[in-house]
Design a protein around this ligand. Sequence first.
Ligand code: SF4
Length: 717
Amino acid sequence: MSATIHYRACHLCEAICGLAIRVEGGRIASIQGDPDDPFSHGYICPKATAIADIQDDPDRVRRPLLRDGDTWREIAWDEAFALAASRLRDIREQHGADAVAIYRGNPNVHNWGLMTHANLFLKRLGTRNHYSATSADQLPHHLICLWMYGHQFLQPIPDIDRTQHLLLIGYNPMASNGSIMTVPDFRGRLKKLHARGGRMVVIDPRRTETAAVADEHHFVRPGSDAFLLLAMLHVIFDEALATPGPAGVRLRGLTELPALLARFTPALAESRTGIAATDIRRITREFAAAPSAACHGRMGVSTQRFGALCQWAIQLLNLLTGNLDREGGTLLTHPAVMGAGPEDRQRGSFARKRSRVRGYPDFSGEFPVAGLAEEMLTPGDGQVRALVTVAGNPVLSTPNGARLEAALPALEFMLAVDFYLNETTRHATLILPPTTALEHDHYDIAFHRFAVRNTTRYNTPVLPRPEGALHDWEIFAGLAKADAHLEGASAPPVTPPAQMLDVMLQSGPYGAAAGSAHALDLAALEAAPHGIDLGPLRPSLPGRLCTEDGSIDCLPSAMPGELERLLQQPELAPGQLLLIGRRHVRSNNSWMHNSHRLLKGPRRDQLLAHPADLEARGIVDGSDVLLRTRTGEVRVMVEASTDMMPGAISLPHGWGHDRPGTRMATAAMHPGVSANDLTDELWLDELCGNAALNGVPVELSPAPSNPAPPPLAPRDA
Ligand code: SF4
């Protein structure tokens, strides 16, 4: 049987590792790392091989499914497009355009056809009710970069390959392989950092996989990171350590900072964070004195009540120590397409509109997803009566997912573009399944923007599309055509993603139009299936700044108020437990749990708690416990772990596959419980509406004993 090797960037997570996929007889025979990928150099994580499991998954939806009572029946594509367009049009005509809401899940940014073509149809819906996974994730990053640098995607990235000092807060790249910092093979890059004499300091309420390989780790009370970061800024001014940069850039608001930060002393931070004031001063001095240093914070500091404040402080820490826009510090990327800069119109916006029920601000046209359920459940003009989900599972991934889950059955219509019947899409009226990633071509539009090195890579399909299957971009083109037909209009023109990419490459910074020696276009990328190296990150300020006056705004107008809000936070009650999330390298949010090869081995869905917290509650290691919050209660097995800070407990997200009617759970696995049955849609970063999924107050108690199992039926005599 003849075999072919196909080279391909992995689409599963932000690390975009190069894969070498061996195909025999039309099926995947093996998946390995591509040693010639100029970015990942052959590294892959265990998830990559599980791409074959998705491809061959018998549970994958392959034809449009229409609900028929409690069952489903397959229908033809044209019938599905016509039905979706007409039902959504009826609802808009009867209740107004805002009666339709749109939710886009995390895989949207990993599938370029969705990024290039979803709006062909979704914009036609005319609704203001747009939601996505952004507001349960990285919204604070975008907001602070919009305010400080004038563009939501001007995100300085740690230059890990040249830095001498990494400070990571609430960030576990050993498990995630990076986030808002695309960094395949974090372990290998860390080894090189150590080999050149560098150091890594990790701050986290759990001794994570990253903390375990750090030179220094400190526990921090969940949700208190802002006190630590502000104390570090305080020390920089207090001890005259500031060397603000980059040179030649005007820094607006800088002189007002020392007075504003005067109250945020290391002593105050010690009382709130649990980190000794002497350590805070030392960590700050070492960061400031390093030849180069970079601080980065992710989920632990982003998805908490002061996420934007933390991200602001992190930017200031890099800036005040002269590490912003410096080799070895934090630098902007120069991707081949969609680079952020003054020429780009997607700069972002904040609070141009407010949500109907609770008045949450939008960010770049999206409302906080924490407010989606209430828009469905609250009667009145503009009530959401229909939902379109695109590659998402918000029942498991958004705060108080159970409330959203309860709201879904009452919708008049729900369209899901997805190839899994998951905890959310099981409530749909109609499911439209796209081809898998291996069945279409691929270019990563999103994550070259956040990568620790500039590279570019386009790959043609690995497998032919099955007969009758449609790519995601073709589905949206079909929906747009059906909707136009209802208006008596002709179908909107559709340009395939690859053609769009060709134009973007040619007109981009490495295209012939820019006089670049790379002269990138689609043909050049097709001729280089391993990818093309475009060089290390490089300084580019002030030319990239998009603020109106060309300066960096060191003191966005909302920040003084945020400092006051932080100071008003009550101290923790004695014995209070705070819930944090957990990431594992063999899991990917909620949607890789149908792969036996990823799920085998030790359980990973259990609660972790410090032994002292269990002992104080009379809880035995390995027993079932009850976790309770304002929004819900779950029963889960607990594991005692000294890797947890006392007072912090950890539950991974993305589980909870015990809902009936889904195809996500195999009989052999533990379904786990959903951490978002405990998180609270009202527990937010009040500034921007980002979900506070970490630092959630919880009550922990022993679970009542399992009821005695029913007696076995007597065997046949
Ligand atoms: S780290 Fe991410 S991109 Fe790399 S192989 Fe694993 S899942 Fe794919």
